[in-house]
Design a protein around this ligand. Sequence first.
Ligand code: GLC
Length: 484
Amino acid sequence: MVVYDNYMRILFVTSEVAGLYKLGGLGDVSRSLPVALRRLRVDVRVVMPYYKKIQLSSVRCVGRIAVDFDGKRELVFVFVSVIPETSVPVYLLRHPKLDEYHEGEIVEKFAFFSSSVARVIEYAPDTFGGRPDIVHCHDWHTALVPLLLGERNKLRREKETLESIRTKTIITIHNLLYQGTAPITLAKKLHLPKSIFHILQTKKGQTIKLFREGIEHADIISTVSPTYAKEMLTGDYGQHINDALSRRKADVLGILNGINGEIWDPVHDKFLSVRYGKNDVVSGKAANKEYLQKTLVLPITKIPLIGFVGRLEVRQKGIDILIAALEHLLPDGVQVIILGTGPKKVKQTLAAFETKYPEHFKFVPTFDERLARRIYAGADMLVVPSKFEPCGLTQMIAMRYGTIPVVRKTGGLADSVVDGKTGFVFEDYNETALLAKLKEAVTLWTSEPKKWSHMALRCMRQDFSWTVSAKKYKKVYQRLLINT
Ligand code: GLC
């Protein structure tokens, strides 16, 4: 039995957890980081909304709490379970406002969720297994919690000390693009004075951003790679919130995410036609490539196969420069497979490529984990041309599968791929720079197969496990508690 360090109880507050309800990378982090931290004797528990879609075989109600919201007293029920296939306790808050992630006013929904979480911490901490020493919030959805914990104490005129000092807060930024913007009327719904918010004058009237409030009030602001921690302080990457971040520079830090080595492992991946490891990477990948070509009805030939897996999000993922580069690359004897969903216009453009280059291009406009895994295994390269990328998981997964990443030098991509050693890295955000790097990769693949397989092995030998990141988070927690 693990004995947890009793001075350090952490509560993760998040909108999604893989295994229960996942929309993106945040879900993976909310599942894997607590598992890794618990292995380091850190007592982490997780709280999230109890969406209707969440299915659990064993769950029990441990309490209920009254939350004042929008002039009404709402009753929120607290359930407890464990994250499937782990021993991490997860608390789930049930209320009709939290039934559906995507229904209704989303910012208001998560303000209500945050308010409920703060309320339990303040008035019924035993419901969460005891008062947490640190509340660790993720993204804008939960960014109001530090303000609620801190300000409510002040409003109740308790000494600044006790409660607010006992509960420290961290906000982790996974994506600054979404900031949780709401009209100032939300303050009233939360029964808080307008004066404690940072109000913006916009064309639509006075607004507030939940992320901004988190940045102002949390004790520590972290993000998911050291490079992004620097980038987000600049005008180019700061999504108009860089001034607030810069003022708090001393409390900003970046810790690179990991990947779950058990879930992402070509030795055990049941979706692969042939499983392989470091010793048989060349033959293993060749078999998976052939299978991929066959299932997607591409000619089975020995030309380089380039994959892309992810959201076709123009503002972040670099789809515009990828499309422009493909125009030049496709007639040049490569195969490209793109897997992911996105806006209609992008889908139409990619579908047109498929008609024009049937032997060279496949576009699969869904999210299909099985196919994603087959691409990680069967492609020679994975392209990640993001305009910005706080961390990015696909480049790390690709490397674990011996697939060489071609990435832009930004955020977590810059921190996990070394040009010429473990991949190909281009700097400027434009199609010329991307195309030049892709061609460099194609040339190496064609003319130096030995060098290529050495590079693939180097990729596979790296340690991207969560243990490395979890140790860093534990240090941050320790520092925060010592500074009390
Ligand atoms: C967001 C970011 C991505 C990061 C993930 C997990 O989805 O866009 O870069 O890897 O969060 O932190």
